[in-house]
Design a protein around this ligand. Sequence first.
Ligand code: ADP
Ligand SMILES: Nc1nc2c(ncn2[C@@H]2O[C@H](COP(=O)(O)O)[C@@H](O)[C@H]2O)c(=O)[nH]1
Length: 433
Amino acid sequence: MKFPGQRKSKHYFPVDRRDPMIQPLASPEGLPPYVVGIDQTLVDIEAHVDDAFLAEHGLSKGHSLLVSDATAEAIYLAIKAGDLVESEFAGGTVANTLHNYSVLSDSRSILLGVMSEQISVGSYAYRYLCNTSSRVDLDHLQPVQGPIGRCFTFVSQDGDRSFGISPGAMNRLTQDHIPESVITGASALVISAYLVRGEEGDTMKASAMKAVALAKAAGVPVVLTLGTRHVIEADPAWWQAFIREYVTLLAMNEEEGAVLTGEQDPLAAAAKALAWADLVLCTAGPLGLFMAGYTDEAHKRETSHPLLPGCIPEFNRYEFSRPMRRADCQTPLAVFSHISPYMGGPHKIKNTNGAGDGALSAVLHDMAANCFHRTSVPNSAKHAAPFLSYSSFAQLCKYANRVSYEVLCQSSPRLSRGLPEREDSLEEAYWER
Ligand SMILES: Nc1ncnc2c1ncn2[C@@H]1O[C@H](COP(=O)(O)OP(=O)(O)O)[C@@H](O)[C@H]1O
Ligand SMILES: Nc1nc2c(ncn2[C@@H]2O[C@H](COP(=O)(O)O)[C@@H](O)[C@H]2O)c(=O)[nH]1
């Protein structure tokens, strides 16, 4: 496993070097960690359109809506006829996150979902497989009759994107394709709110529920990304109860946070969501991102950064602490952190698609690195308490933000490579410009 972000030596732990303190990895528990995720397998078909096109096809700007087969066909014909298709690339919010996690960490992740049984060269299923990192293990995908999903991704002139989803067979994952040992052996289980959005007869929701129940019983952190506000606003109370019951890490953007919590301010939304989740990542577009979580009073660490104003005054005071589950804290202390976009954001944003997924993959990488370090160096002072991540809230924000920046600089939501090797430390890259 590659370390999350290049650091100065004081932060560096030599997981790939011989070290007398490192215990031999003899037991099956000592195998390298992996992250497992469940997603609707779909391909993003990107087209640049104006707002009139969205209105004509009943799409909602900035959101993801299901479309009927007839609408999908009309859209497809229109974008082909207008020569508007920019790219066709593997997508799916969880699959993007796993792909990016694997690229960043150079480690294995496992994707659960469906895949067309018959694949011909050039088909969407073929493209999906070609565009997925070889570090993402696809061996557990369920073979199905019929096509995977299509996600028409419309990029507007202002860079905003809207999705029209033609599901195909993407919601047909059945419970017998949720292998118990794969879930219980993972460093984290990643799911999205999209998984509950199906039609009569779809089995995806029940399969996802089986997985989260297994993860909870095994103490595996469940990571939920909200995906789009439409799914949440249909029943915020159901989601609050679901998060309280199952979710360790909640990832959302400020819009999704607003419908879940009723709070427009991303910091206030993150703080409110702490009533249900242990750790919250709330991205806020040009405002950067916020993290909220718990640490034990005994392990709190004060920041050396300037204290920030906000709806919670000096909210970042303890951002040098490391996140813990609330139930693992004797005296839980709520901790908050914020970071503005890396370098103020790219000079030119190519595509905001997947910027939030990118941030989440960085946090997952840090969590998995923590599991790896715990197994490799169990006596390390780093594991004096059951922390959820290797790094502090402040450092997690920095890394997540850095990865989002990388996604904004390219046209696909999936990283084509890891972070630049010559970036000696995140700090230096920040301050040297
Ligand atoms: N317009 C922007 N300018 C600078 N940074 C941005 C911009 N939009 C997004 N980002 C960066 O990408 C991250 C995730 O973006 P966001 O749009 O909030 O996620 P999502 O894709 O989930 O809606 C932000 O936290 C920020 O770091
Ligand atoms: N699994 C699903 N993924 C979806 C759906 N609608 C959109 N998406 C994917 O989201 C990413 C962009 O993520 P964001 O962080 O920028 O919002 C994109 O690649 C789409 O494939 C869906 O219904 N299900």
